[in-house]
Design a protein around this ligand. Structure first.
Ligand code: AKG
Length: 227
């Protein structure tokens, strides 16, 4: 096992120990307030065309209400604007990017990143290092069709692992060369991982919806040098 994977596994074991300690304190604390990262069991893979795939797992995180509340309150969310043709427009979601080594806003995110690095170590060959957070305030917020193709992912396979908390929204994917789209539900506490050639050969989006939906936070874990 490579050194980074051993270190990630080590950190996971320490978290498991901390989990047992907090279980012992459970009689004194409200356990509903605990945020736990569950073992990555029952991850289901959907192979897509062109060497892409999507993995899904419901309930990666327990105590997702609490995690949502902390992230909503503690993350210094930023509104951004960007050029679109001749005008500058609001980006329809709030954002915060955590680079490699930057402290994450909740320890459960460190645990999730490490657990994902260990789970995908053989296939990915490198750890997840960064976390991009998006806050979709309601159904008007969205992300348009795109692939994460800034950096190495333009030419190489990679993985983008997404943990969602808050109101369920659909992540929709379609092949870049044309073809039907697929909807992947991203529910409260759930995991969606896009892998293989997915960022190069498929696009994804979170469409706006006229349904009355509440806010959703998406946490995207990526490897170094990929955006
Ligand atoms: O909200 C999501 O889960 C996807 C976010 C995304 O694709 C992005 O920010 O690049």
């Amino acid at each position: 096992m490579q050194r980074w994977a051993e270190e990630a596994l080590d950190r996971c074991s320490n978290v498991a120990y901390a989990g047992r300690v907090s279980e012992l304190q459970g009689s004194l604390l409200d356990l509903a307030d605990e945020v736990v990262v569950n073992p990555l069991r029952g991850v289901h893979r959907m192979p897509l065309a062109h060497g892409a795939w999507v993995d899904v797992m419901t309930g990666l995180v327990g105590g997702a209400d609490r995690l949502y509340a902390v992230l909503r309150h503690d993350v210094p969310w930023r509104a951004e604007r960007r050029q679109m043709y001749d005008s500058i427009v609001d980006v329809p979601r709030l954002l915060r990017f955590y680079g490699e080594g930057e402290p994450l806003p909740h320890p459960a995110l460190d645990s999730a990143r490490d657990a994902l690095s260990v789970h995908y170590a053989d296939e990915l060959g490198e750890p997840f290092t960064t976390a991009g957070l998006c806050l979709y305030r309601d159904g008007h917020d969205s992300v348009a069709w795109h692939g994460d193709r800034i950096g190495r992912s333009r030419e190489q396979d990679t993985m983008v692992a997404i943990l969602s908390v808050g109101a369920p929204r659909d992540l929709v994917l379609r092949p870049r060369g044309g073809g039907s789209s697929i909807k992947v539900p991203a529910g409260h506490g759930d995991l969606v991982v896009m892998g293989g050639s997915c960022q190069r050969t498929w696009d994804h989006c979170v469409p706006k919806t006229s349904r009355p939906v509440g806010p959703r936070i998406s946490v995207q874990f990526r490897t170094a040098g990929v955006r």
